[in-house]
Design a protein around this ligand. Structure first.
Ligand code: ADP
Ligand code: MG
Length: 240
């Protein structure tokens, strides 16, 4: 569903990604981890075209992302993305947040968009909050709304970039629970996260990055039990 082939990217003389290749199959959950500054956010943003690349190729469901002929807004509507900060529109209600892109990007009728939004809000356990504004919800609730909003677009893959790292500790679990359910329902997911408990429970594979390179790309049991590189061993020793 996602194919990243020999992707390199630099900012001037600074090489942020070097020859990165990996794939995510349909229904697979891949966790991307590694030290701060290793290029995880940059890599995941290349998948929906938010970060241009200088060489290599990226495909999502057969469509080449970095092809000038590709319709970027159409592609982006099929790739759900949830960031560290919830990025809900603060002046809109939760329902309006959930329906805006459905109406303006997908051209759905308001009734249809509202029904879809409320069904997904129910799925993340927040139906009673539809009329509120984001500021009236906790951080964990806002992040669950952000996930529901991404799902409203019927994405073929979901990308997560440290979705729990800005949350108070007591709210991390509720967001990971929603992500776990999504994974169990068969969603194809690429998740940057430091939550190694989540990775151990939910991931199929782990991609470990260091200094812009993919250093390990292994099944989760191989990664956790027998990390090959010294960098991954050091990383795991520090966080486990
Ligand atoms: P991670 O998510 O693993 O912490 P990032 O992908 O955010 O890493 O960043 C990787 C490296 O690229 C960092 O050293 C960062 O400072 C650098 N970087 C990110 N964005 C830019 C930019 N727009 N211009 C220059 N350097 C950048
Ligand atoms: Mg990052």
């Amino acid at each position: 569903m996602i194919r990243i082939e020999n992707v390199s990217k630099h900012y001037g003389a600074f090489q942020v990604l070097t020859d990165c290749s990996t794939t995510v199959s349909k229904g697979e959950v891949v966790v991307v981890c590694g030290p701060s500054g290793s290029g995880k956010s940059t890599l995941i943003k290349t998948v929906n075209g938010l970060e241009p690349i200088q060489s290599g190729r990226i495909f999502v469901d057969g469509t080449q992302v970095n092809d000038p002929k590709t319709n970027q807004s159409k592609l982006r509507s099929r790739v759900g993305m949830v960031f560290q900060h919830f990025e809900l529109f603060p002046h809109l209600t939760i329902t309006e947040n959930l329906t805006l892109a459905q109406i303006h990007v997908l051209g759905r009728a308001k009734d249809e968009a509202t029904a879809k939004g409320l069904a997904l809000l129910d799925r993340v356990g927040l139906k009673a909050h539809a009329h509120k504004r984001p500021g009236q919800l906790s951080g964990g609730q806002q992040q669950r709304v952000a996930i529901a909003r991404a799902l409203c677009m019927d994405p073929v893959v979901m990308l997560f970039d440290e979705p729990t790292s800005a949350l108070d500790p007591e709210m991390v679990g509720e967001v990971l629970d929603v992500m776990t359910e999504l994974a169990q329902e068969g969603m194809t997911m690429m998740c940057v996260t430091h939550e190694m408990g989540f990775a151990r429970r939910v991931a199929d594979r782990v991609v470990f990055m260091d200094a812009g390179r993919i250093v390990e790309d292994r099944s989760k049991s191989d990664f956790f039990d027998r990390p090959e590189s010294e960098r991954a061993q050091q990383f795991l020793a520090r966080i486990l």
